[in-house]
Ligand binder design. Structure first.
Ligand code: PLP
Length: 405
């Protein structure tokens, strides 16, 4: 049975630290990492946690302590990973549409780098030549992922160098004496079908003979986790077998052994996170009962941004009969978390918990409407610790330069 925090534990933590509150469960992250290690134990696989999902440094430190590496999408994420104690060789930086200066800065830290445009690859070659091994992010032209916003590998996507331009990459490699060590794809997020990963592998395998110094095939992240009770995620055991099979064929076909890298974000932290809010106002309007909570799209934007589902429970009235609610926020756009959702009878001041809140929850939060971002708590060895305090008005003003009259 997966490690979970109980209603009583969550209620106690909410009472102690206040709401709205993000709560993360360290042991659940560890458990997910061990599941990955077990599923891929027969291939030479390295995991880089896609820390864009959740960058709280205490969480990063935990992830480092269990032996996982870090995948970063910005220079600031690289610096947070370094602050958490990851060594440069444990950090991967995969850029998208960045200024070349950001890539130069990443290189100054000595981290692994994946480049996703021909222009930046050319500049990289000009500056570093053969001296800095580099990865190339390709766009495999595969449509996959939970929704269009998180589908990144299709033939209209902004991500990566289109695979049909591989010839140009090879030309650049020769012209600039580039040391291309990695071929990378990230086809999308919430990919349930193992065959999608297999298709990605096949696309990359065709290219192997063009890259004599290739050592790594980086397949990105995107494993699906269950959201709705009873739903299944990606079958990682099956994927582990598939990867073993496919990579076994390379050894025979090309007489070369390659490492496999993955960059899971959601898989590691989504289910380890809980978001707790309180109900401010109940409002009956015709057939609809609105439960208006002390949060909104400023704290958890995923349902409004791309229709994501978060299971919601009333943890302060658990035994009550379920009733139908529209659960909404307090922001001045319509910020509906859940429509027509059956939840145990809700009263004003009740505590509601949103599940699967560890990935892209706090990380996408903002101060919209000049409201404070939630606090964050990490539970480790059954001890809840505040790992980010709630904002204050001083925080909101900290970066403003107020003009004098
Ligand atoms: N790697 C890259 C390059 C990504 O862009 C992302 C997500 O945006 C990930 C990994 C992590 O994806 P997921 O959280 O679905 O595992």
């Amino acid at each position: 049975m997966p490690q979970v925090l109980t209603h009583q534990q969550l209620l106690k933590i909410a009472g102690e630290f206040g709401t709205p509150l993000y709560v993360y469960h360290a042991e659940r992250i560890t458990e997910q990492y061990h599941r990955l290690q077990e599923a891929f134990k027969e291939t030479s696989t390295t995991f880089f946690y896609a820390c864009k999902a959740l960058t709280n440094v205490s969480v990063l430190k935990h992830i480092k302590s269990i032996g996982c590496n870090a995948d970063c999408s910005s220079l600031n994420e690289v610096q947070l990973a370094l602050k958490a104690g990851f060594r440069p060789e444990q950090i991967l930086y995969t850029s998208n549409n960045v200024a070349f200066s950001e890539i130069e800065n990443a290189a100054s830290f000595g981290v692994h780098i994946n480049i996703d445009s021909l222009s930046n690859l050319r500049k990289f070659g000009q500056k570093y030549g053969h001296s800095y091994p580099v990865g190339v992010r390709l766009r495999p032209n595969i449509m996959a992922g939970g929704n269009l916003k998180i589908s990144t590998g299709h033939n209209k996507s902004k991500f990566g160098i289109p695979v049909e331009d591989t010839e140009k990459v090879v030309q650049l490699m020769k012209e600039k004496n580039l040391h291309i060590r990695t071929l990378h794809i990230h086809t999308g997020s919430e990919i349930k079908d193992v065959e999608v990963f297999a298709r990605g592998i096949e696309v990359l395998f065709e290219l192997i003979p063009h890259f004599p110094e290739l050592e790594v095939i980086d397949l990105g992240g995107g494993f699906k986790v269950p959201y709705v009770p009873g739903e299944e995620g990606t079958d990682i055991t099956l994927l582990g077998k598939k990867v073993k099979e496919e990579f076994g064929t390379i050894e025979k076909r090309y007489n070369r052994k390659l490492q496999v890298w993955f960059e899971p974000g959601k898989f590691l932290v989504s289910e380890a996170g809980y978001f707790i809010v309180q109900v401010n106002v109940l409002k009956q309007s015709g057939d609809t009962c609105f439960a208006g909570v002390n949060s909104g799209l400023n704290h958890l934007i995923r349902p409004m941004f791309y229709g994501s589902y978060h299971h919601i429970e009333n943890i302060s009235n658990v035994a009550a009969e379920p009733q139908r609610y529209n659960i909404t926020g307090n922001i001045c756009e319509t910020d509906t978390f859940a429509e027509d959702r059956m939840v145990a009878e809700i009263r004003e001041d009740d505590y509601l918990v949103f599940y699967n809140a560890g990935a892209y929850g706090f990380e996408m939060a903002s101060n919209y409407n000049s409201r404070f971002k939630p606090a964050e708590v990490l539970v480790k060895n059954n001890i809840p610790t505040l790992v980010r305090r709630r904002d204050t008005l001083e925080d909101l003003l900290a970066t403003q330069v107020v003009m004098t009259d």
